[in-house]
Each structure stands twice: as C-alpha cells, then as structure tokens.
Design a binder for this molecule. Structure first.
Ligand code: SAH
Length: 294
C-alpha cells in the first residue's frame, strides 16, 4: 500500500469516531447478542482507551483482532494507523462491520481454524472467553506473533499468570515457556452489554526466548498435570514414555524413571517451579545421552 492511500485510510477512520454505545446499539438492532459466541460487547470508552494504550501501537504493526463484534475496538485500532485485520465468526456481525468500516480487512471465519497471516505481529482483542485456552495455544505456535493485549475472564487471567499457588496449572506453566505475562486493569461486568456474570481482566503477553528442550518441557508439564494429584514418578512410569515419542529409546524408560532420584520425582506437578521443570527436562536429556552413548 502506498503512503498516500495509507494516509487516506487513516483519515477516513478519523472521520468516523463512533461512541461504543452507538455501535453496539446499531448492531443489536440487527440481531440480539448470542451468548454462546461470547457476545458481550464493551461499552466503556475508558477501558477501550486503556486497551489501546497498553498495546503501544506502532505504524509498522500488523494487528489481528479476534472477534471484533460491533467494532468498538476496531475503530480505535484503525485510527492508530497500524495495519488491522479482523476475524469474526458471526455473519450478521460481518455485514454490520462491512457497512460501518468498509476499508477493514475482515475475514468471516472461526479464528481457531486456518493459520493466521504471517504478517501479523500482534493480537489486540476483547476475545470470546470460551476460546481463551485454544487461542493462547494458537498464538504460541504462531511465532511471528510477538505480543498481545487481550481481555479475558478474571479467573483465567490469574491461572495464566499463576498469581497464587492455587492458580498453578498446566495452562500457566506452559505459557511461561513462551510469554511474559502481566495483568493490567480489572474490568467489571457493567462495562459490557449485555453484562457477563464474571469479572474480566486486560492481560499483556510479550514473547520471550524459548528455553532449551522447550518441547520436552511442555510435554512433561502437560502430561503430569493431566494426573495432578499423582506423584510425578507414578504418572511417568505408567506412561511408558509414550508421550515423549522416544522411538528406539523406549525400553530405557523404566530405567530412567527408576534412576532419576530427585525431589521432583516424588512431588506432585504443582509443587514444581518453572525452573524445576527446565532442570528436570535437562536431566532426562542427560540420561538419554548416557544411554545412547553406551
Ligand atoms: N471485541 C468486541 C466483541 C467481543 S464479543 C467488543 O469488545 O465489544 C466476542 C466476539 O467474538 C463476538 O463478536 C463473537 O461473535 C466473536 N467470536 C466468537 N467466537 C469466535 C471465533 N471462534 N472466531 C472469531 N470470532 C468469534
């Protein structure tokens, strides 16, 4: 796109600053919100401004918005001058968005299907809460996505951030392998229409370098948390090492489980800190090398 047409696009969007409440009312006059699709639309201008401030948008950014709904955040993203793409699952909402924002690069699709464009470097969205986990997983595997500002359910935010010991879970521990996670503003139900039953939270994710043995650590965490009340040794012994895809090394598995003597083997997964998982994987790899060298 040339600089002039980019400038025109920015000017166009500047000329149509709608109030969030008006956009939501216009959409809701076409169809009632579908709660199964997580349709709780933001109507508070301050929170929308806060999402944008946290996103620290640059003109070079290519932002993907997932579930733009009425377009309350979309218009602010477009005003920033960054390139904006949006994916929305609801056909009536897509018609509404095409009417209100003719220049928006909009795809009518389930955001969990298909790879996202490799040009996208950030996600900014008030997402449908029911797809929070798979969406974070998908973001993680799209390595070109370097940061995200998303609104999620308060409880989900704490699990992702592992705020307290009882929030510790596979989701948050695995996320730590790829993301620095920060909690921003808490958002009450009356800032949405219709109001959700839960509190919400703006969460910031920024990509961090992957630790060595990334894949093995992920698999260890996910597999052992699948049996979170059991001691790690028991879960690993029963697994026969299958989840690790060990190939010819399979027969060594029981040996390994027996021979690793450390405080983690007889612990339950939630007792391990992030660094413990990294050390644990390193020990498995050392043992593996010892075995194949013999
Ligand atoms: N971002 C808007 C709307 C949030 S509601 C706002 O802040 O007001 C969530 C939006 O996600 C709805 O528009 C819903 O239709 C859409 N949605 C739900 N599931 C989706 C999916 N799998 N892929 C893309 N969009 C989805």
């Amino acid at each position: 796109m040339t600089k002039i047409s980019k400038t025109n696009e920015v000017l166009n969007t500047l000329l149509m600053p709608y109030l969030a409440r008006d956009l939501v009312d216009r959409l809701q006059s076409s169809q009632p919100p579908n709660k199964q699709l997580g349709q709780h639309f933001l109507i508070n201008e301050g929170v929308l401004d806060s999402i944008i401030a946290n996103a620290q948008l640059q003109i070079e950014d290519h932002i993907l918005e997932i579930g733009p709904g009425p377009g309350v955040l979309t218009q602010r993203l477009m005003q920033s001058g960054a390139t904006v793409s949006a994916i929305e699952i609801d056909a009536v909402i897509c018609d509404h968005l095409r009417r209100e924002f003719p220049t928006l690069n909009l795809t009518h699709r389930d955001a969990l299907i298909d790879d996202w464009s490799e040009e996208v470097n950030a996600i900014v969205a008030n997402i449908p809460y029911q797809i929070s986990s798979p969406l974070i997983e998908k973001m993680t595997h799209h390595y070109h996505v370097k940061r995200a500002v998303i609104m999620v359910q308060e409880e989900f935010a704490h699990r992702l951030n592992q705020t307290t010991y009882s929030d510790r879970c596979s989701l948050g521990m695995v996320a730590r392998l790829d993301w620095k996670i920060e909690l921003a503003q808490k958002v009450p139900p009356h800032f949405f229409s219709p109001q959700p039953k839960v509190q919400s939270r703006i969460v910031l994710l920024s990509r961090t370098p992957r630790p060595e043995h990334w894949k093995l650590i992920r698999e260890l965490i996910q597999h052992t948390y699948g049996q979170r009340r059991k001691k790690i040794r028991n879960t690993l012994r029963k697994s026969g090492g299958k989840f690790l895809n060990l190939g010819p090394w399979k027969h060594e598995w029981n040996n390994l489980v027996q021979s690793i003597e450390n405080k983690w083997m007889d612990a339950r997964p939630e007792e391990l800190e992030f660094d413990d998982w990294c050390d644990f994987a390193t020990r498995i790899i050392h043992h593996y090398h010892r075995c194949i060298d013999i």
